[in-house]
Ligand binder design. Structure first.
Ligand code: MN
Length: 138
């Protein structure tokens, strides 16, 4: 079985490690980016099967990176999970409008992250464009 590629975009070391440990490398090949520009470059180059996108990022925020990736033919169907610490009214809607498929708030709930990743990868494998899932708040 070919390991699915997951791009983790996160500028905080601790969160990056937590996400890496939560997903593990048995079933996934993990790629990492620490700012929005790097995320764009790696996504275009490596075409991951899923992206976990922090929203607050240096250089280019996660929403803008998502909007731009949706304009790249080979990247427009990659499932993107938005992750943000600053949950305000409308933040989920903003993430979904930018083109994210799911929305999770920090602190990261590892079980919820695992389940969301599994569900989106399953839909991606089946060729289904995922509908928005995730936290109901925000
Ligand atoms: Mn951040």
């Amino acid at each position: 079985m070919v390991k699915e590629k997951i791009l983790i975009v996160e500028d905080n070391d601790q969160n990056m490690r937590l996400i890496e440990m939560t997903l593990g490398t048995n079933n996934h090949f993990l790629l990492k980016a620490t700012d929005g520009e790097q995320a764009m470059a790696i996504a275009v180059r490596d075409k991951p099967d899923l992206i976990i996108m922090d929203i607050q990022l240096p250089k280019m925020n996660g929403l803008e990176a998502t909007v731009r990736l949706r304009q790249v033919p080979d990247c427009c169907y990659i499932p993107i999970i938005a992750v943000t610490a600053y949950v305000m009214k409308g933040s989920k809607e903003k993430a979904i409008n930018a083109g994210c498929n799911a929305y999770l708030s920090k602190p990261i709930n590892t079980r919820q992250l695992r389940e969301t990743v599994a569900e989106l990868l399953l839909q991606h494998r089946k060729g289904i464009t995922p509908s928005a899932i995730g936290d109901s708040n925000g």
